[in-house]
Design a binder for this molecule. Structure first.
Ligand code: GAF
Length: 387
């Protein structure tokens, strides 16, 4: 699927060429999980999988939406009135693009309508930010067409607002920023408190390494209660410790902070994950800067143990990927994304990719789990205009 195909389908649907075509990627998070709503650190990179949008402006207050990915592309065009868009009224895929239009208008930007046709190669429900890709591609297209002049970080914030308020999923800022701001060959070291960013070179192929993504095919959703419960637990921890966010608990003050939480066992576990995870992000940044890429493996694996045992958001399929990969020579492995299903990542020598792939597939078959999908993750471009 490319820009031309999406533009041609737009013309069939709406009877005219689109004014332009844009792309925005999904992401993999290397490290820094459930830290973004605690003002902490994250380190995602963009996937080659992306959402593509062909878009034209309208002046009559109407938003028309179509996706190539619904009903094999044969679904009807959805027509919405801009002045009738309201939070948490739409439970379909259309809530993502419509939410972005709503958020732009709520912020005072004069968007007067649009015709949009979308097509995406980002797997849905796989923890790879398919929804952020949809949001960011629409935001970038409207920013360009309506000459809003908004910077990338600002577009990411508006997309997050669309997701939090319009869709109703209480997520952080990582996924939208990754889709909007990542660069090829780099991972994005993002401080979610002030959104300052550093692009960290991350060229595994040059070092004879590979990062495999293993999509377990266990679908997840963040508008469900478990994500929100973890977030509320973290906020409770910050309140009990008298800080704005768990980011403010220093790593070398963790034991003292946990002691102050007394018998709040669940909060203790959540706080311990977040504070140690922020430290793991900083450690991985330091290792990559020092050119010691293989040494990040055990840090990734420690991140998985923390998410499994303290944050408690893994599942048998994710644990099986990690355990199997480590038992067969992987340098490190962990679940990635929000959890409760979705994908794991495996860092491995390039020479071991075929063996590991086969071994993980066999382990899933032996456990009678649905067959996983594996692919190699190559750090790719953030959102951009295609034509
Ligand atoms: C999901 C959310 F959308 C992100 O904001 C982040 O919290 C992530 O889960 C966990 O790190 O992808």
């Amino acid at each position: 699927m490319g820009a031309q195909q999406v533009a041609e389908r737009f013309a069939e649907l709406y009877g005219a060429e689109p004014e332009g075509v844009w792309a925005a990627p999904g992401r993999v998070n290397l490290i820094g999980e459930h830290t973004d709503y605690n003002d902490g650190f994250v380190m995602p990179f963009a996937l080659p999988h992306q959402a593509i949008a062909a878009v034209s402006r309208r002046t009559d207050g109407i938003l028309r939406l179509h996706s190539a990915d619904i009903d094999g592309g044969g679904a009807q065009v959805t027509e919405l009135r801009l002045d009738a868009l309201a939070p948490e009224t739409d439970r379909e895929w259309t809530a993502y693009p419509a939410g972005v239009v709503w958020a732009l208008r709520e912020a005072g930007h004069a968007v007067t309508g649009a015709d949009i046709h979308l097509a995406s190669t980002v797997p849905t429900g796989a923890g790879l930010s398919s929804s952020a890709a949809l949001e960011v591609v629409v935001a970038l297209a409207l920013n360009d067409l309506y000459e809003l002049g908004l910077q990338r970080w600002r577009l990411a914030r508006l997309c997050q607002r669309a997701e939090n308020v319009y869709v109703g999923a209480p997520t952080g800022i990582m996924d939208q920023t990754a889709s909007a701001c990542c660069e090829p060959g780099h991972a994005l070291f993002l401080d979610t408190r002030d959104l300052s960013q550093q692009q960290i070179p991350f060229d595994l192929a040059a070092e004879g390494l590979r990062l495999l993504v293993v999509d377990t095919q266990v679908k997840h959703a963040h508008s469900g209660g478990e994500y929100g419960k973890r977030r509320a637990g973290c906020e409770k921890g910050a309140a009990l410790l008298g800080v704005d966010a768990l980011r403010d608990i220093p790593y070398d003050g963790l034991d003292a902070a946990l002691a102050r939480l007394g018998d709040e066992e669940e909060v203790v576990r959540l706080v311990r994950h977040v504070v140690t995870e922020d430290e793991r992000v900083e450690r991985i940044v330091a290792l990559l800067r020092a050119g010691d890429t293989r040494a990040i493996g055990p840090v990734l694996t420690a991140g998985h143990a923390s998410l499994r045992d303290d944050f408690r958001i893994s599942c048998p399929e994710l644990d099986l990927v990690v355990d199997t990969a480590l038992a067969h020579g992987a340098l490190g492995a962990r679940m990635t994304g929000g959890g409760f299903g979705g994908s794991a990542i495996v860092l491995t020598e390039a020479t071991e990719v075929d063996t590991l792939t086969k071994t993980i597939e066999e382990a899933f078959a032996a456990a009678a789990f649905k067959a996983p999908r594996l692919f190699e993750a190559v750090p790719s471009a953030g959102a951009h205009r295609l034509n």
